[in-house]
Design a binder for this molecule. Structure first.
Ligand SMILES: *Cc1c(COP(=O)(O)O)cnc(C)c1O
Length: 381
């Protein structure tokens, strides 16, 4: 099956009990067993639930992977991935990370005796330099949040393979529609399904997809033991969102590209970060490892916080809100919102300033999107 077909059908045959065409919301905590040691595959919904199982199979299929695991949030999926580490283990990650991932690494995982080194992910050689004897995992987010920098997955996967390390890729921005990290050599794909995969800004969720059974067993053990699972309704909403993923993503991309082009020629815009622009320093890599460039556009408004604030205040169609990947357009101010957990000097070093504005370009009519940005930029002059 091709991607668009899998998005609608993978893991979702008609319900064996009733013939329901759509996977039912199995809103139950427990399952009645026939006798000691005999049941239909489900015992208790933390361990397994049929609605969640359908989602997990669908997620695995979208990444051409073997095993999918669904979590209550992307953050829970991150925690589950790091649960394979032991005290003394070392992780190398690219430095332009989702703020919550950085917070989890620095303020939770570190307390368990795991150490971290952050490198400029645009340079595969920097990963090689940071890897040492204790390194067990390389964590990569690409494209990054919020600066849309890329990491060469294949190059870093090569380093990991030769060093016997695992490579995890947060593919939330790329989505399985545009980027397949497992095929490029990654061992673990991590998602916040809250974003494009769910796609409608109405449910929080996360996922892990792997190809190795032993790795799946380890993460699944943690999933059941720590219990950060999505409920049946959340799993169902995510599954429903996925059905249109292949329709939504090309539209997000087309609107984002037109938005990026508009911003690029605007006198009040100092810089535009979008991998689909030929001016993006890693445009060639984007063309090589992705089949599209996604729906996120970040730009630097001329001036600083006053101009950024005037811009976001004046937007009418765009909501000024955290999150991304829904059908509606959102604008966010990373320095005070998604990346507030970074120390100011860390933010500066990473290139996130008071004038940095991140747009999640929705699938509305692109004329309305650009008209809104135009009038808000005028107000910010
Ligand atoms: C949102 C996000 C996360 C965290 O996911 P939640 O569902 O909010 O817990 C992780 N990585 C990236 C890239 C994200 O955008």
């Amino acid at each position: 099956m091709k991607f668009a077909t899998k998005a609608i059908h993978a893991g979702q045959p008609a319900d064996p009990a009733t013939g329901a065409t759509i996977v039912p919301i199995y809103q139950t905590s427990t399952f009645t067993q026939e006798e000691i040691g005999r049941h239909k595959g489900y015992e208790y919904s933390r361990t397994g639930n049929p609605t969640r199982a359908a989602l997990e199979q669908c997620l695995a299929a979208l990444d051409d992977g073997l095993f999918g695991l669904a979590f209550a949030s992307g953050s829970a999926a991150t925690a589950a991935t790091l649960s394979i580490l032991r005290p003394g283990d070392h992780v190398v990650a690219n430095d332009d990370l989702y703020g919550g991932t950085y917070r989890y690494f620095e303020r939770v995982a570190k307390l368990t005796g795991v150490s971290f080194t952050y490198v400029n992910g645009q340079e595969p050689a920097e990963f090689a330099r940071a890897i040492h004897e204790q390194t067990r995992l390389v964590w990569v987010e690409t494209p990054t949040n919020p600066l849309l920098q890329l990491v060469d997955i294949e190059a870093v996967a090569g380093l990991c393979r030769s060093g016997g390390l695992l490579l995890a890729v947060d593919n939330t921005f790329g989505t399985p529609f545009f980027q397949k990290p497992l095929a490029l050599g990654a061992d673990i794909v991590v998602y916040s399904t809250t974003k494009y995969i769910g796609g409608h800004s109405d449910v929080i969720g996360g996922a892990v997809v792997v190809n190795k059974a032993a790795l799946c067993d380890q993460i699944k053990f943690y999933q059941n033991a720590a219990g950060g699972v999505p409920g049946p309704l959340d799993a169902w909403l995510t599954l429903r969102g996925i059905k249109t993923l292949a329709v939504r993503m090309p539209r997000h991309e087309q609107n984002a590209l037109e938005t990026a082009r508009f911003l690029q020629q605007h006198p009040q815009v100092a810089a535009v970060h979008y991998p689909g622009l030929p001016s993006h320093p890693q445009h060639d890599l984007a063309r090589r490892q992705m089949t599209g460039f996604g729906g996120m556009v970040t730009f630097q408004i001329r001036g600083g916080r006053p101009q950024a604030n005037a811009f976001v205040k004046t937007l009418r169609l765009f909501s000024f809100a955290e999150s991304l990947g829904g059908v509606e357009s959102l604008a966010c101010h990373p320095a005070t919102m998604t990346h507030a957990s970074f120390a100011p000097e860390e933010r500066q070093r990473r290139g996130i300033t008071e004038g940095t504005i991140r747009l999640s370009v929705g699938i509305e009519d692109v004329h309305d999107i650009i008209t809104d940005i135009d009038q808000a930029l005028r107000a910010a002059n």
